[in-house]
Ligand binder design. Structure first.
Ligand SMILES: Nc1nc2c(ncn2[C@@H]2O[C@H](COP(=O)(O)OP(=O)(O)OP(=O)(O)O)[C@@H](O)[C@H]2O)c(=O)[nH]1
Ligand SMILES: [Mg+2]
Length: 193
């Protein structure tokens, strides 16, 4: 697909604030700092559309972006970051899990996994959660530009082994554009279904 228009729509802090279910939603989930907001900007080719930061925990709300007036991209708060307080963790965790459980307009969850750490427990738990709720999901291995050639082969192999239910795996770099066209093709397929 070709992204002709991408506009920020709304930030929500609770399930009751979500927009009415109308358009299909492509959801971006993953650990804090994995590169969700950067990936959104690179897909839309708009710098600063989603706010990015080298400090984990930048995105604390559910952010909606309207794409080509026909679908939403949804940037979720990151999970798994150790230094936030228990209370804060519980609030974000609840927002994230109830969104995934309840939202029937989810067409696809794009689960971002740091290509340097493909075996993290929190990512495994998220995959199981998505499988339990029958949400179709694909995996994006982020920050692929940081890997050595040897790591590229090992990471890919490990991910393929541990995520047999994923619809696809895409190697991605928001910096170089690696994987962008491949991911856009997958997204198109799911939102048109
Ligand atoms: N080398 C490299 N760095 C990246 C890439 N994508 C993101 N980063 C860096 O990773 C850091 C986190 O990026 P964000 O896009 O803010 O990550 P996020 O998942 O939205 O983080 P939270 O909102 O805190 O959950 C920033 O310093 C980015 O510059 C990439 O493809 N390659
Ligand atoms: Mg973010």
């Amino acid at each position: 697909m070709n992204i002709r228009q991408a506009d920020f729509l709304i930030s929500v802090s609770s399930i009751s604030g979500l927009p009415e279910e109308s358009l299909p939603e492509i959801v971006f989930a993953g650990r804090s700092n994995v590169g969700k907001s950067s990936l959104l900007n690179s897909l839309a080719a708009v710098k600063g559309l989603a706010k990015t930061s080298s400090t984990p925990g930048k995105t604390k709300l559910i952010n909606y972006f309207l794409i080509n007036s026909e679908l939403y991209f949804v940037d979720l708060p990151g999970y798994g970051y150790a230094s936030v307080s228990h209370q804060e963790k519980a609030v974000w965790g609840k927002l994230l899990s109830s969104y995934i459980e309840r939202r029937s307009s989810i067409a696809l969850v794009v689960l971002l996994v740091d290509s340097r750490h493909p075996g993290m427990q929190s990512d495994r738990a998220m995959m199981e959660f998505l499988e339990f709720h029958d949400r179709p999901y694909g995996i994006v291995l982020t920050k692929y530009d940081k890997l050595t050639q040897k790591d590229k082969v090992a990471t890919r192999r490990m991910m393929e082994k541990s995520s047999s239910k994923a619809e696809f795996i895409v190697n991605y770099s928001s910096f170089s554009g690696t994987g962008r066209n491949e991911l856009l093709a997958h997204i198109e397929h799911y939102f048109r279904q």
